[in-house]
Design a protein around this ligand. Structure first.
Ligand code: AMP
Length: 215
């Protein structure tokens, strides 16, 4: 099964993708995570992407479709994929069709997480992760049980994304509205879009997604 999680920054795509990975043995392909890894490693792609990401703008379609193609090539044919943060433009949606068709895969579901945009800024600017294991936390909604210590791996270092500040978040949302939301009709026409209330509790959102996948 191959699915796309679609929604503005902070809608919960990454959180839900990780939960589905845990419960269904699918693989999460997050272009944002892959680009952040490239920036950290200082690869040629990372060097090109760094300033663009810090500004909250979109990295070129060629770069992101290239990394998705490579990632797909590393998977077993039967492994299900959750696309998280890709595609983000009409050109990427077209590339994804070709990348999947070339590998004998088909798109089963596009799940749109519907959220209230005003709440997103608060969600995003408050979020942080464990620097060791990546567990996600939030200043208001999910502090570690023991202050300064990761619940999962007991690490003591945490980090925040450099693009999770209010100004950049506003740009990322404008990019979503202008370039990503317009790709929904492509998938609507194929009748594969389901909409889920992304403002519900994390577990409820997962249940709603699972129900769609089991349909
Ligand atoms: P994300 O982690 O999905 O919020 O992505 C973080 C940043 O990486 C975005 O603001 C973009 O600069 C870049 N990025 C991630 N995925 C894509 C994509 N599919 N197309 C273009 N840029 C992307």
């Amino acid at each position: 099964m191959n699915i796309i999680l679609l929604g503005p920054p902070g809608a919960g795509k990454g959180t839900q993708a990780q939960r589905l990975v845990g419960e269904r043995g699918m693989v999460q392909l997050s272009t944002g995570d892959m680009l952040r890894a490239a920036v950290k490693a200082g690869t040629p792609i990372g060097l090109k992407a760094k300033a663009v990401m810090e500004a909250g703008e979109l990295v070129s379609d060629e770069i992101v479709s290239g990394i998705i193609g490579e990632a797909l090539d590393g998977l077993q044919a039967e492994t299900g994929v959750i696309f998280d943060g890709y595609p983000r433009t009409a050109a990427q949606a077209e590339s994804l069709d070709a990348l999947l068709a070339d590998r004998g895969r088909a798109l089963d579901h596009v799940i749109e997480l519907e959220v209230d945009e005003d709440a997103l800024v608060e969600r995003i600017t408050g979020r942080f992760t464990c620097a060791t294991c990546g567990e996600g936390y939030h200043d208001r909604f999910k502090q570690p049980a023991t202050a300064g210590e990761c619940d999962k791996c007991h690490g003591h270092e945490f980090k925040r994304r450099p693009d999770d500040n209010e100004e950049t978040v506003r740009t990322r949302m404008a990019e979503y509205r202008a370039k990503t939301a317009p790709i929904l009709p492509i998938y609507d026409a194929r009748d594969i879009v389901s909409r889920v209330d992304g403002m519900a509790d994390i577990a409820e959102v997962t249940d709603a997604i699972e129900a769609i996948l089991d349909r």
